[in-house]
Design a protein around this ligand. Structure first.
Ligand code: NDP
Length: 675
C-alpha cells in the first residue's frame, strides 16, 4: 500500500514531508497510511506571506465580496465532498460522522456567507452598535467600529473534526478579511490537507489567504505579533502550554481556546419514564456517545437525572447501546466506528479506569472486542456507562474527560442540586435540559448559565426540529468558560469580530459619517439635482436630503382616518378621555396617520427606480400631533447596500417635525432601488 505524503502549503508552495515525518495509521486497520511533517518550514516566510500578500489581498475586498467568495468556496467544496468522505473513513468515522464533519463544515461556510451579506455592510468598516451622544448639541459624537486585524490567524485544530474544525474557524476569519495558517492535528491531517487542496485549486481564494502546516509548528508561536491571533481546539494541557508561550504573553497575542469540557445533560423533574421526552433524553445521550465514537468536544460526559429515575435511565440507555452496531465504518449497518488511533484508545481506557475509581461500570466492558468487520488491529472500543452514586463528593467524574464513548450517570434531589452538579464541571461548552417547564428552564438558565457556553433545552414541542445537544451551530456561540477554555467561536457576526479590532471613534457628525459611510444625524445634508426617488441606486449619495413642504393635520383628517381604518382608540376620538391620559393634551393624530401623510409628502408618484418599500426600522413617536398642528418631513440617504446586479437597498433616515421644528417622529425607511 502506498503511504500518502501529506504536504504543507507554505508561502505559496507545496512542501512535502521531510525525513523525520510522523507516521499516521488507519483507525480501522492500524496500518500506516500516511506521513506528515518533518520538513523544515520557514515560519517567518509563512507569516510574511500571510501578512504582506494574503492580508492586503483580502482587505482589498469588502465584507460582501468576501461573503460571495465564501459562498463560491462552499459550493465548490460541496461538489468535491465525496473525495473527503472516501478519505475520512480511515479516521474511524462513519458516513453519518462525515455528514457532521464534512457537510457540517460546508454548511457553516454557507451560513457565514449569508450572514456576511445580510448582516454586514457592503464595505470595509463594520459599525458596532449605535451612535453615542457625547455632547449637548450633538457636534461631538461617538461610535464603535471594527476593522480587520493586519496579521495572520493561526488555527490549531483537534483531530476529531478535520474538515468542520478547520472551516468553522476559517469562514469567520476570511469574512473578517484576515489570512489563515491552518495547522490540523496530525492524526487526521490527511483529510484536512485534501480539503485545503480542493480550496486552493479552485482559485477562489486570493493568494496568501490560506496556508497549511501538516506536522509541527516549529517556532511559529515565538514569531507572532500583536496583530496575529491564535485559535486553538484540543486538550487543556496543550492549550495551557501554548497560551503561556512568553512571546504570546509579551505581545498580548489574542488566544482563543476551546478545550476539555465535562458537558452535562439533565433530565427535567417534570419528565416521566415512558414519556416521549424521556425517550428523547435517552436518544440524545445515545447519539452523543456513539457519534464520532464519542470524540466530540460537546459530547455528554455527565448524565444528571432525578434520583428516582436513575435506574430507568441506565436500563433504557443500556438497551439502546446494546443494539448499536460497532465496527468498520465503511459497512452500511455500522452506527459507530473507531477512535482515531491506538494512542487515543489507550488514553480513553486510562481515563475510564480513573472514572471507575469513584463510579461503577453499569454497561460495557473495556475488554470486549467483538466488532463488525475485519478490524482486529483498529482503534475500536465499545461504549461504557458508569454510575456515580456519590456525585457530591466525587471529583474525577467532574474533571476527567474520557474523549471517547464514555459517560457517567448521577442522580439529583432537586433543581438546585442538579444545577450544582452541572456546574461542578467548572465550565463547559454545553449543557442540555430536557423539560417542558418554562419555570425549570428559567431556574436552570439563571443558575447554570454562567458556567456553560450554551444551554440547550428540548422537549416534545421542539424535538422534531431541534438540532441536537452536540451540534455547535454557526449562528450560535460555541465555547465556554473555565475548563472549556474561556474562548468563544462562531455566533454569527460575533465570531467574525474575534478577528477584528474594535476601535472607539469620537468626532463630529461629518467625521463619523465619512468613516462609517453611514449618514449620522447632524452631518452635512447634500441637496440632489432632482427628487431622490427619480434617481437610480448608483446616483444617490450618502447624505442626500429632501425637505418637504408642511401639511396641516385637521380634526377631519383624524376622524376620517379613524373610521376608514377602524382605529377609533379613545386618544384620537374622545377629548375628555385623551386629557385624562398623561401623554396627551387632547385628541391626537394617529401615529400611522402621520406616517401615511409623511409618505404622501415625500414620494414621487411616477414610475421610477424605487421598486419597493421593504420596511421601517427604529420607529419612535416623540411628540403628539393635535388637530391644527402641521408636519413636515426630512428624508436623507443614510446607507446603501448592493443586493443584486439589478437593485440595492437604500436606508433612509426620516424625521417628522412640527410647526415649531420639534421632533414628532423618527425612523429608518428601507427601499429597494434599481441600479
Ligand atoms: P492536543 O491538545 O494534543 O492537540 C490539539 C492540537 O494542538 C493538534 O493540532 C496538535 O497537533 C497541536 N499541538 C500539540 N502540541 C503542540 C505544540 N507544542 N505546538 C503547536 N501545536 C501543538 O489534542 P488532541 O487533538 O490530540 O486531543 C487530545 C485530547 O484533547 C483529547 O483526548 C481530548 O481530551 C481533548 N480534546 C478536547 C476537545 C474539546 O474541544 N473538548 C477537542 C479535541 C480534543 P499534533 O496533532 O500534530 O500534535
Amino acid at each position: 500500500m502506498t503511504i500518502m505524503k501529506i504536504a504543507s502549503f507554505a508561502a505559496g508552495q507545496w512542501v512535502a514531508p521531510g525525513p523525520n515525518a510522523r507516521p499516521i495509521h488507519s483507525a480501522i486497520s492500524g496500518a500506516q497510511i500516511a506521513e506528515a511533517g518533518g520538513a523544515a518550514l520557514d515560519m517567518q516566510a509563512m507569516l510574511e506571506f500571510g501578512r504582506n500578500v494574503g492580508g492586503p489581498n483580502l482587505r482589498k475586498m469588502g465584507f460582501h465580496d468576501r461573503a460571495k467568495m465564501l459562498k463560491a468556496l462552499a459550493m465548490h467544496l460541496g461538489k468535491r465532498k465525496q473525495e473527503l468522505y472516501d478519505l475520512s473513513f480511515d479516521t474511524g468515522a462513519t458516513q453519518s460522522d462525515h455528514m457532521i464533519d464534512i457537510d457540517g463544515g460546508i454548511g457553516t461556510v454557507f451560513v457565514f456567507a449569508s450572514k456576511g451579506r445580510r448582516e454586514m455592510p457592503d464595505g470595509d468598516i463594520y459599525i458596532d452598535g449605535d451612535i453615542e451622544q457625547l455632547s449637548r448639541n450633538g457636534t461631538f459624537l461617538g461610535m464603535h467600529i471594527a476593522t480587520p486585524l493586519q496579521g495572520v490567524a493561526v488555527h490549531i485544530n483537534a483531530f476529531n473534526f478535520p474538515v468542520w474544525g478547520m472551516l468553522e474557524k476559517l469562514a469567520p476569519t476570511l469574512l473578517a478579511g484576515v489570512p489563515a495558517i491552518v495547522k490540523p492535528a496530525t492524526a487526521s491531517c490527511y483529510v484536512t490537507e485534501a480539503c485545503v487542496r480542493i480550496m486552493l485549486e479552485s482559485g477562489i481564494l486570493p493568494e496568501g489567504a490560506l496556508q497549511l502546516i501538516s506536522g509541527g509548528t516549529g517556532d511559529l508561536l515565538d514569531r507572532l505579533g500583536a496583530q496575529d491571533v491564535v485559535s486553538f481546539t484540543g486538550s487543556a494541557q496543550t492549550a495551557s502550554m501554548l497560551r503561556s508561550n512568553p512571546n504570546i504573553l509579551k505581545n498580548s497575542v489574542r488566544f482563543v481556546a476551546e478545550q476539555d469540557s465535562l458537558n452535562a445533560s439533565i433530565l427535567g423533574p417534570d419528565v416521566e419514564p415512558g414519556s416521549s421526552e424521556f425517550d428523547l433524553f435517552i436518544k440524545e445521550i445515545h447519539r452523543e456517545m456513539i457519534t464520532k465514537a464519542g470524540q466530540k468536544c460537546t459530547a455528554i460526559r455527565r448524565i444528571i437525572a432525578p434520583e428516582t429515575h436513575v435506574q430507568n435511565v441506565i436500563e433504557a440507555l443500556s438497551a439502546r447501546l446494546e443494539k448499536t452496531v460497532i465496527g468498520d465504518p465503511r459497512a452500511e449497518d455500522v452506527r459507530m466506528g473507531a477512535l482515531v488511533s491506538a494512542g487515543q484508545k489507550q488514553d480513553v481506557l486510562e481515563k475510564a479506569a480513573l472514572i471507575g475509581t469513584e463510579s461503577a461500570l453499569v454497561y460495557g466492558d473495556p475488554d470486549d472486542s467483538s466488532f463488525t468487520g475485519e478490524v482486529d488491529a483498529g482503534a475500536f472500543l465499545k461504549p461504557m456507562l458508569f454510575h456515580c452514586q456519590s456525585p457530591d463528593s466525587a471529583t474525577v467524574v467532574h474533571s476527567t474527560e474520557a474523549f471517547g464513548p464514555v459517560s457517567t450517570i448521577m442522580g439529583y434531589r432537586d433543581i438546585p442540586h442538579a444545577i450544582e452538579l452541572a456546574n461542578k464541571g467548572e465550565g463547559s461548552l454545553v449543557a442540555s435540559v430536557i423539560t417542558a417547564s418554562g419555570d425549570v428552564a428559567r431556574e436552570m438558565a439563571l443558575g447554570a448559565g454562567a458556567f456553560h457556553g450554551r444551554l440547550y433545552f428540548n422537549n416534545a414541542t421542539s424535538m422534531k426540529e431541534s438540532t441536537g445537544h452536540g451540534s455547535p451551530l454557526p449562528h450560535m456561540v460555541h465555547g465556554g468558560p473555565g475548563r472549556a477554555g474561556g474562548g468563544e467561536e462562531m455566533g454569527g457576526v460575533r465570531g467574525v469580530l474575534h478577528y477584528m479590532q474594535r476601535t472607539a471613534i469620537q468626532g463630529s457628525p461629518d467625521i463619523l459619517t465619512a468613516i462609517g459611510n453611514r449618514w449620522v444625524p447632524g452631518s452635512t445634508e447634500i441637496e440632489g439635482p432632482s427628487h431622490p426617488f427619480t434617481r437610480k441606486f448608483g446616483e444617490l449619495s450618502i447624505g442626500e436630503t429632501l425637505h418637504t413642504k408642511p401639511r396641516e393635520v385637521t380634526l377631519e383628517d383624524i376622524e376620517q382616518f379613524a373610521h376608514f381604518t377602524g382605529d377609533t382608540f379613545y386618544a384620537h376620538m374622545d377629548s375628555d378621555a385623551a386629557k385624562r391620559n398623561p401623554f396627551f393634551p387632547d385628541r391626537v393624530a394617529h401615529g400611522y396617520l402621520l406616517l401615511s401623510f409623511a409618505a404622501g409628502l415625500f414620494v414621487e408618484p411616477n414610475e421610477g427606480p424605487v421598486l419597493a418599500n421593504t420596511g421601517l426600522d427604529n420607529l419612535r413617536f416623540m411628540k403628539p400631533v393635535e388637530a391644527g398642528d402641521s408636519m413636515k418631513v426630512r428624508l436623507t440617504v443614510k446607507a446603501k447596500t448592493r443586493r443584486t446586479d439589478e437593485y440595492g437597498e437604500v436606508r433612509w433616515h426620516v424625521t417628522l417635525t412640527n410647526q415649531n421644528d420639534e421632533l414628532v417622529a423618527e425612523y429608518e425607511l428601507l427601499t429597494m432601488n434599481a441600479y
